[in-house]
Design a binder for this molecule. Sequence first.
Ligand code: HEM
Length: 663
Amino acid sequence: MPALNIPHLEDYDIDPVTGFLPREPLKRLPDPYYEPWECVVDDLNGLLLAGRLRERVHKLPVLDTTRLRSQREYQRAFLVLCLLSHGCVWGKHEVVSEVLPACLAVPWTKVATHLGLFPVVCHAAVVLWNWRKLFSDGPIDLRSECGGGICAGKHYREQFGTIVKTIIVHPTPLHSNITTLATYSGSVDESWFYLVTTAIEAVGAPSLTAIVNAIRAISERNHDALLSHFRTIHDSLQKLNATFVRMYEKCDPYVFYWKIRPYLAGWENMAEAGLPFGLIYEGVDTLWEEGTDYYADMSHLTEAERFLRQYRKYAGGSAAQSSLIHALDIFFGVEHYPTGDKRKHAQNQDKTFVTRTTDEADPNIDKNDRYNNLPATEIADPMGNDNKPHNGTPPAPNRNNFIQAMRGYMPGPHRRFLEDLSKVSNVRSYMLKLAEEEEVERGRNGDGDDDPLRTELLHIYNTCLHELKLFRDKHVQMVSLYIINQARKGPSIAHGGFAIANGEEASKQNVAPPTPPPSTNSSTATAQISPPVAPVAPMEKPVAKGYDIVSPKPKGPGFLPSRIVTPSATNILYPQTVLSTSPSPALISQMLPALGLAKSQDPNSSVFRGTGGTNLMPFLKQSRDETLDAKIVIDGDAVDEGVKVAGEKEGGQNGWGTWLTRR
Ligand code: HEM
């Protein structure tokens, strides 16, 4: 049998201990030449709050990226440029900017190209390269041995001058050992959002070594070793799930949706957020290409085509870009298909691979979704490593959906790892072969007892898949709470904290004007308002509902409010004081350009978009179901029936997660 080309983690910038995370990211670029960038990052939150980030950015020189010396320096530069660029484009309560100035666009594009990325914020920037340890000898974890958690009541001996004191650290599972290097909003919620994901990468790291070792164990037919690697992966998956739900502890869904998420949006499918064509990278897409002396002749293009050529479109940051989850999917043979394509993993029915292609007409598939039109990917040689599929059936899984597209947003070496892993990962095929043997044995003896190790392997394979499916269950619940519920409820302070129209401008728009405080320069506030809103019906008597925003009964088309209530004593500095007398969230969304991706949505709407532009609920639920489909069934029984029942209780209708999402 030809030797398998099993990837070595180190060849792909993957650490055997920390996985896709570097041992420790660089905290600051060491060359003083890059201080102008670092200084703006130091002031980022303050500048955004003051509405002066763009002003400061425009004063930056166009720095040369050839002075960056190492991969870690490039990674730090990329994070810095993501922070400045997304801050600059989305602003804070400002009209979105569709041009990125050359001082950011040029170096960002160069650094991104070096790292194999697109110049847009991504999981690698804000999660993999955006943390540091608080105690250098502690773990990269949200549970710190130093602070307790797993070390109940640990005693520390600390020396104070000549006195040695014993300090008892009280155990609490809430102690953590990591913090972020930077955030857009300056909020602890944003830090926590990234840190939970960083910790997930850390607890998932041992599974990467186990994945490559398991593939090796299969090639050596070493079942004992294979079982041990499966156990490592199972352990990682359990920790991953336990870490994942800690998101609820310190990341408030409201803050996430209204204050954090807008910064993570990209410029694809973002017409509603104010970028209908994408973003112009000033100084990057010129007619002349300096390096090659190439002149792009555009004379054959229409004026409209030339206009559109100026813009670039990229999806925004999402943990869908986590190489860890992709690696697990590849290893277990989880197949993802275009959203709406309900094909099953045919193995469970007839032990063949799926053979249907996307050419078949399927009314559920959105043909206009570019993620549904990607080329098919290769899959591993099943079993024989001879490029011939197992059982002679054609391996034609077509992983051409959003999840596949997200690989374009991973660092080049990590993406290559996934590609190479796909070529050698024969685990599923092997497990199918074991399942066939088990079935034959059961047919013969009425049980599969002749090889308990084989039964155990099949069991743990399914149990791991069950954990992965649980992760996706919990994820769907989390997305409901953090996105869908927030969008439906609308901003909970009068105007989401955004500047609102006053005086003449407001009356033009039939918006009740707030009274500015005496010292306020009204022209600055009105300058923010641009799109006209549909006329609204005359006002009725206000209805106050405690701290809730007045929810008017919709009349007429859409969900435009039937009335707006005049604030009697408006105080724009403390808008909470006029909560019950403010315009409805729906109207606010329409009158303000500055909400970006944060929008209230019709509660009856069924389409909610992710930062990557997916119709997120059908997409995420399908992804979860596809994980379940990969389980191996023998004679109609899942090999892990017991686990399934227990898990379903946890993720089912009466679980605490469900309670949370109903709040
Ligand atoms: C507040 C927490 C979170 C929210 C609101 C959230 C939201 C979303 C959304 C909207 C998508 C759809 C894709 C898009 O359009 O961007 C998505 C996909 C995804 N997210 Fe999250 N996410 C959260 C946390 C996480 C964490 C901590 C992970 C861990 C790695 C994660 C992993 C994924 C993965 C792997 C996908 C791709 C779909 C799949 O494989 O099932 N998410 N997420």
